[in-house]
Design a protein around this ligand. Structure first.
Ligand code: UN1
Length: 516
């Protein structure tokens, strides 16, 4: 029996409408029918899962025109009604949770549990957005002029272009769309070319909801292809907001291109996340947080733990405990729930992993848990690598850069918590950070203005696994954008200040006299 049959992938593909001929001709706005195809190979077993047609420029233009037309209807719908559509979408996701979770796991390689978690994250953001659809509020402000009233309103922007990465192939799209839709925007999505089928599956689910409600399909559009297709969107003045997730290298290009036309962007880019372990930390909690953070999603989360910064007083104990825990890890087919770690996305990723280990060694790093590429039965795809741990220095060039693979650098710090914080902040990226401590003072120092410089700072929790209720994103080379919870919705709308005069005079602000 092959993996597809054994773990119900064949069935899941069928249920999600992406079985057999995935040439993108089946539904709505993915009907591009270009001659080029993206081929999706599973890193789990190396099998070709399906093909999706690449969008041509002419088809792209048609998609944008359809989206523009849909926006005219959608922005007029009351926001709670838009919320109702998102509620129905969330409901369908509940029904498809197992199938979509499996497809995410099979196409991307994360464990089935994490695949389910990702779909749950979509459901959670839908619930959040439904409530938000009745709360898109602005301030009222007292005017300096008599019988005048001031208020802020938030209006939809238009088309939101979403560029997402392979590592969270569906959740990050949902963070953007669920908010954008209740805000009255329409969305055009370019998923990663490494995970096009999860994109088609999501598009099928939302297309069904739109059809059932007699709404224009242009509210949710899908385009496919490599960075060229993405660049049509980043340069396109018809797309007022681009939300892009991926590498800092990509984000710099996207950010500059969008800024050159004075468009808006939300950038969620690279991380180099660390956990500081203070002398009084709980070692058991530290081990769970660090190991899940470093090996979860095979080290391919933006929030993955890359550096463990341990105080010298507790260093040997923490090092031994974490190294011991790595001995328990089972690597293999991520659909098989007894495995903790699945494959990385592709052979390029394997090369980057190998190169990073070599670079760390060349800079003087000491390998504590040996890495390596697995081969033999079950590892035929060539994408399974061993999570490894390297004792290193923060100043190493390789430690300063983000490698999307399960490599954990362990670093020692001396002195007080601010010495640990200096190491943690001493990188170009600023997404997620954590401290393991039982000291109330150290915890608060870490969270203070002179503490972590990241967008996410956790106490006694690892660096990954943020909930959708908070704003998600980071500082410095992480790009500064915020998605998901809190007031991140404001980035998907344009703010308008209204001043309304209900007197019979026309007094000027700042007391200026202008008599005629
Ligand atoms: C990402 O890796 O781009 O906080 C998103 C987390 C997940 C989202 C990660 N909730 O790890």
């Amino acid at each position: 029996m092959n993996i597809q049959t054994e773990f119900g992938i064949t069935e899941a593909l069928k249920n999600l409408g992406v079985a057999a001929k995935n040439n993108g001709t089946s539904t709505g706005l993915q009907s591009h029918g270009g001659d080029n195809f993206l081929e999706s190979y599973s890193p789990v077993d190396g099998a070709l899962i399906g093909k999706v047609s690449v969008t041509t420029q002419a088809q792209y233009d048609k998609v944008i025109e359809t989206a523009q037309a849909a926006f005219k209807d959608w922005r007029d719908a009351p926001a709670p009604l838009r919320g109702e559509i998102v509620r129905q979408f969330g409901q369908k996701l509940r029904e498809h949770k197992a199938d979509l979770g499996k497809l995410v796991s099979y196409e991307m390689g994360k464990s089935y549990q994490e695949g389910l978690g990702e779909v749950q994250e979509m459901i959670d953001i839908c619930d959040f957005a439904v409530g938000l659809s009745r709360q898109l509020h602005g301030l009222t402000i007292k005017s300096e002029r008599p019988l005048h009233h001031m208020q802020e309103q938030y209006h939809p922007l238009g088309i939101v272009g979403i560029i997402s990465a392979f590592n969270f192939p569906v959740a990050v799209w949902a963070w953007n769309t669920a908010l954008a839709w209740v805000c009255g925007d329409v969305c055009v999505w370019k998923p990663s070319e490494k995970t096009p089928l999860t994109g088609v599956a999501c598009q099928n689910i939302i297309a069904e909801v739109l059809k059932e409600n007699d709404l224009p399909e242009g509210i949710s559009c899908l385009i496919n292809g490599d960075y060229n297709v993405g660049s049509w969107m980043t340069k396109d003045e018809r797309v007022p907001l681009i939300s892009a997730t991926g590498s800092t290298r990509m984000g710099k290009i996207v950010g500059q291109t969008v800024a050159a036309r004075l468009g808006k962007s939300i950038l969620e880019l690279g991380g180099n996340n660390a956990i500081i372990v203070t002398p009084d930390a709980d070692i058991k909690m530290t081990v769970i947080g660090a190991v899940f953070g470093a090996v979860g999603t095979a080290g391919q989360r933006c929030t993955s733990t890359r550096r463990l910064i341990v105080h010298e007083d507790i260093y040997d104990k923490v090092r031994d405990a974490v190294v011991g825990a790595y001995g328990q890890l089972r690597i293999g087919n991520p659909l098989d729930e007894k495995n903790h770690v699945g494959p990385v996305i592709d052979k390029d990723s394997v090369n980057n992993y190998n190169k990073a280990i070599e670079a760390a060694k060349a800079e003087g790093g000491k390998v504590l848990v040996e890495g390596g590429v697995l081969s033999g039965e079950g590892f035929e795809s060539g994408c399974y690598v061993k999570p490894c741990i390297i004792e290193a220095e923060n100043s190493f060039k390789i430690v300063q850069s983000e490698t999307f693979a399960p490599i954990l650098y362990i670093l020692k710090y001396k002195g007080d918590v601010h010495d640990g914080i200096a190491v943690q902040n001493g990188v170009a990226q600023g997404l997620s950070s954590a401290i393991m401590t039982n000291s109330m003072r150290d915890a608060h120092q870490f969270l203070s203005a002179v503490g972590s410089d990241c967008g996410i700072a956790n106490v006694n929790i690892g660096t990954s696994g943020a909930e959708i209720g908070g704003a998600f994103g980071g500082e410095k080379e992480t790009g500064g954008g915020r998605e998901s919870g809190s007031d991140a919705w404001k980035a998907y709308m344009r703010r308008q200040t209204n001043t309304l005069n209900y007197s019979t005079e026309l007094p000027l602000a700042q007391g200026i006299k202008f008599d005629l």
